[in-house]
Design a protein around this ligand. Structure first.
Ligand SMILES: [Zn+2]
Length: 256
């Protein structure tokens, strides 16, 4: 059983041309997602996966007819290691601004440790072992980013596609979701996942059972998203989910 799981999950490359919403492309692996948004001839990258996803970025942009110079910014939904993979390299290579909520700047600058308690407790699970193997083969720990620009919640970032930032603390203190009102897309980072990384099962919208710093606060933060209506939910972990946001929240609460 473990080997079946291993085979499917070790498929490293998600098709980089997989357009999951108009002008929104999904990259990464079965376990770790990041996205590229296309708007008015420019690009925004949402999260930066693992360090060795760099080649996917370069190849993917090439196949879309863009280059690194077309990236206006990298926005991090939060400061955890599996979201900042190639951020340092992107900044050094193409001088791309890296932006995150002010409460997670220290994480991106490499000043804090993540809470690994649940991971340790769940080390007996094949899916968790697979996850840690993928992390360890991914090019090591991501390098801290030297120049991090912070943003606060409630702002519409003056960037391509004008993402609206909503602060949803809990998974981390600076966790944010990005909403694109012109295409009803919600990049929810790890505020919600659609796969349970503990078991590897895709179970729809849920609070992440591992790596979440404050689960109670993470659940409360979802209240702010209830009025968004019909969305394409694009999480850091798991497949896209489409439906009414209040239904996603109801499902996540029912699984706590
Ligand atoms: Zn996280």
């Amino acid at each position: 059983m473990a080997s079946t799981d291993e085979t499917s999950n070790d498929r490293q490359t998600m098709a980089y041309d997989s357009e999951v919403a108009p002008g929104v492309y999904r990259f990464g692996t079965n376990r770790v997602n990041w996205y590229v948004i296309e708007a008015d001839g420019e690009l925004l990258v949402v999260d930066a996966g693992l360090p060795n996803h760099w080649e996917q970025l370069v190849d993917g942009l090439d196949s879309l007819g863009y280059s690194l110079e077309d990236i206006a910014a990298l926005i991090l939904t939060h400061g955890h290691g599996d979201h900042i993979g190639f951020a340092n390299r992107l900044q050094k290579t193409a001088n791309v601004p890296v932006r995150v909520h002010s409460a997670d700047v220290a994480l991106v600058e490499g000043d804090s440790e993540e809470n690994m308690r649940e991971v340790v407790w769940n080390l007996w699970r094949p899916a968790v072992i697979g996850l840690l193997l993928e992390f360890s083969r991914s090019g090591g720990n991501p390098s801290p980013v030297e120049t991090v620009e912070s943003f606060e919640a409630g702002t519409d970032l003056e960037l391509p596609a004008t993402p609206q930032v909503i602060h949803v603390p809990g998974h981390s203190a600076g966790s944010c979701v990005l909403y694109l009102s012109d295409r009803n897309v919600l990049f929810c980072g790890d505020a919600l996942a659609t796969v349970d990384l503990k078991t590897g099962r895709a179970r729809g919208p849920q609070i992440m059972p591992m790596f979440t710093e404050n689960t109670k606060q993470a659940v409360e933060s979802l209240d702010q998203l209830g009025s968004l209506g019909e969305v394409t939910l694009l999480p850091g972990h798991g497949d896209p989910w489409r439906g009414e946001m209040h239904e996603a929240i109801r499902l996540a609460r029912s699984r706590k």
